[in-house]
Design a protein around this ligand. Structure first.
Ligand SMILES: NC(=O)C1=CN([C@@H]2O[C@H](COP(=O)(O)OP(=O)(O)OC[C@H]3O[C@@H](n4cnc5c(N)ncnc54)[C@H](O)[C@@H]3O)[C@@H](O)[C@H]2O)C=CC1
Length: 370
């Protein structure tokens, strides 16, 4: 059976407009046929549903790019170990998925399309299973970590320091998923806000979002001495180590976290590129990490930190929206650029930079927090 990305994509386009119903049907079918699998998922499936569909979308549209599909699915396979997923679960998921696409693309469905989906799923599942098995030989499925520092820097933003019980290998700019005892099986993503440290501790920047179970638990109901669980570090927005270019980082809110890690690792590398770090918040009070960044700036004269405030007319410094301020400041066409923050801000910043002549290949971002 051979992969036929075109047939998979065409039939998937029919399902995309009814994604919500299709995903609900998928889970209904999966749990009706395999009630024991329900226990692997969190009690409320809303976030899970969105994730499933966005993962599926990404896989379908990368079927033509075997390298990016292998990287993505390899990461997912490793990450799924923390849920307790094992090889036989993929058969059950494949059956429910096929039943779902067959039903929601019924108007266009043919035997060839069915064959194409079966081949694509088999290829995807094999990549995930193989990478999970390879990972099981060298790495835990998750890490238990103790909270060793908790600073509420603003009414809803905390900087939390964790000490994993085992070594946690990662690259600056990557993120981890976090599960708290209060919300079993609910994992949320946070970037590691530091370059690797000798003592193996990591810091996270967490803003409690309204209705956010894990973010609220971490900011308001977590104390030094508590334990959390961490999934494996993931993500591709990592520093270009061989580059000799100067660097621009554009950070919106807690999107600062991975960029601070990247800046730290550039400093630790011994290279001395000029680094501009534009750090935006809505109000001056939300520039929760500014004192630390100013300390870094005074220790490393080639680092320039530019705080930017968007929604406080009385602010006595640089005011405006990050995408506008970025382009107003100077031309960045020769820089390596890293952008992180709320997705509309990231998208707009990338659009502006591209329009001003910065090649997309030099603009680095991570889609995970979008
Ligand atoms: N906590 C973490 O580890 C990480 C968080 N993120 C993401 O970063 C974001 C941070 O959110 P908050 O701190 O609540 O940010 P926020 O909503 O307070 O905004 C931060 C900055 O982004 C600008 N901004 C917001 N919306 C904009 C838009 N539509 N156009 C132009 N500029 C805009 C604001 O003016 C401000 O300068 C979240 O979406 C989160 O998912 C990303 C990576 C890591």
């Amino acid at each position: 059976m051979s992969l036929n990305p075109r047939l998979v994509k065409e039939s998937f386009s029919v399902i995309e407009p009814v994604a919500e119903q299709a995903t609900a049907y998928f889970y209904g079918r999966l749990f009706a046929e395999n009630p024991h699998l329900r226990g692997l998922f969190p009690p409320a499936l809303d976030v899970q549903r969105d994730r499933l569909f966005s993962a599926l979308t990404r896989i379908v549209w990368s079927l033509d790019s075997p390298d990016s599909m292998a990287t993505y699915l390899g990461q997912m396979g490793r990450d799924h170990r923390k849920y307790g997923v094992v090889a036989e679960h993929y058969t059950a998921v494949g059956r429910a998925l096929l039943a779902t696409v067959r039903r929601f693309a019924a108007d266009v469905w043919t035997a060839e399309i069915e064959e194409a989906w079966v081949a694509a799923y088999e290829a995807a599942a094999t990549l995930m299973i193989d990478s999970a098995e390879a990972d099981a030989g060298v790495s835990p499925a998750w890490w238990v970590a103790e909270v060793v520092g908790h600073e509420l820097r603003h009414q809803d933003i905390a900087v939390i320091t964790l000490r994993p019980a085992q070594r946690l290998p990662y690259t600056s700019g990557q993120y981890v998923t976090v599960q708290t005892a209060r919300w079993p099986r609910v994992w949320r993503t946070f970037s590691i806000a530091n370059a690797p440290r000798q003592d193996n501790t990591i810091s996270l920047h967490v803003r409690s979002v309204p209705g956010g179970w894990v973010s609220t638990t971490l900011t308001r109901h977590t104390r030094v001495g508590d334990t959390v669980m961490l999934g494996p570090p993931t993500g591709t927005m990592t520093p270009r180590e061989q580059s000799v270019r100067d660097v621009l980082c554009v950070a919106g809110g807690t999107g600062l976290a991975p960029l601070k890690a990247i800046v730290e690792s550039i400093i630790a590398s011994g290279r001395r590129p000029a680094i501009h770090l534009l750090y935006g918040a809505r109000t001056a009070g939300e520039l929760y990490d500014l004192p630390d960044l100013i300390r870094m700036e005074s220790a490393f004269p080639w680092l320039r930190v530019v705080p930017v405030v968007s929604d406080q007319p009385s602010y006595d410094g640089m005011r405006g929206h990050l995408p506008d301020v970025t382009r107003r400041l100077r031309s960045w066409t020769e820089h390596d650029v890293y952008v992180c923050g709320p997705s509309p801000m990231v998208n707009e910043t990338v659009r502006c930079l591209q329009r001003d002549g910065v090649p997309l290949s030099r603009i680095h971002r991570d889609a995970v927090h979008a």
